[in-house]
Design a protein around this ligand. Structure first.
Ligand code: B1M
Length: 222
């Protein structure tokens, strides 16, 4: 039983999506995260255990390696794809309430900015860490973030920006969101953003990578 969980973690870590997936080459023809997760559920293994001791462990490992520059964006994307494919088998248990999520994370790329690869990675890693992710997409205005905070009381907010011309829009979003609920935690990230900028605009945390985003969010519910 634990062998199956370990294999799921391994598939997520190395981006083995399913049996027909040719990546990684040394696992060609083997079951991937998709098949193994289904087998685990069919065997009656607790979905919470599959998620937290399998998928989350795999994502955690790849996230750590990414932070250390030992793997790069393509590997992260393959891991995220393996995880999201396997998650399809777990989702019905979230919906039934059999598996509890840690909280809600509303994420979006700020107004004027269309870059979404980094934001998507953050969303996938956070989802893999057991959070419900509400992705507002790109070019997201302060009004849309405010509406999401009202619809999802107690959620945390994530803002991404890749342009020096759009990172400035974060300040207004932080201020509008905090006007609705001053306790709403706002996490920011993206290549031009820094810790100093985070302090200047009154956001709660800056993370340079998805792993840091996960650590910050988990610290809120620890
Ligand atoms: Co754009 N672009 N782009 N672009 N683009 C950059 C960002 C740029 C640095 C290229 C350059 O000039 N060298 C430059 C910005 C310069 C600046 O402002 N300082 C630039 C420009 C100028 C532009 C346009 C203005 C070009 C034009 O039209 N004249 C235009 C703007 C469009 C708009 O947004 N309004 C534009 C358009 C585009 C494409 C649409 C073609 C495409 C985006 C496709 C897409 O995202 N779907 C694109 C791309 C791909 C890039 C580069 C090449 C790659 C960005 C990327 O995805 N990186 C980029 C140059 C570069 O970075 N080499 C560039 C990979 C991604 C995983 O990293 O997004 O940094 P990143 O995310 C990281 C971290 O930052 C962090 O985690 C991720 C993983 O580590 N992170 C967070 C990100 N968000 C986070 C949120 C968090 C926490 C961490 O918490 C919430």
């Amino acid at each position: 039983m634990s062998d199956l969980i370990e294999r799921i973690a391994y598939c997520v870590e190395f981006g083995k999506i399913n049996k027909i997936s040719p990546y990684p080459p040394n696992m060609k023809g083997q079951d991937g995260a998709d098949e193994l997760t289904k087998q685990a559920i069919d065997k009656g293994i607790d979905p919470d255990e599959i998620l937290n001791k399998g998928m989350v462990v795999g994502m955690d490992k790849v996230g750590q390696k990414f932070s250390e520059n030992k793997v790069f964006v393509p590997q992260m994307l393959m891991s995220a794809k393996a995880m999201s494919t396997a998650m399809e088998h777990i989702k019905p248990f979230f919906q039934s309430g059999a598996v509890q999520r840690k909280g809600k994370f509303v994420v979006g790329t700020v107004a004027g900015d269309l870059h979404d690869i980094g934001k998507n990675l953050v969303g996938m890693m956070v989802e893999g860490a057991g959070w419900e992710v509400i992705d507002l997409g790109v070019d997201v205005t302060a009004e849309k973030f405010v509406a999401a905070v009202k619809e999802n009381p107690g959620c945390a907010i994530g803002l991404s920006a890749l342009l020096t011309t759009t990172m400035v829009n974060m300040e207004n979003i932080v201020s509008e969101v905090k006007n609705v609920d001053k306790d709403t935690k706002v996490l920011i990230g993206g290549a031009p953003v820094s810790n100093d900028f985070c302090n200047k605009i009154g956001a709660d945390h800056y993370s340079p990578d998805p792993q840091g985003a996960v650590k910050f969010l988990n610290s809120l519910v620890a």
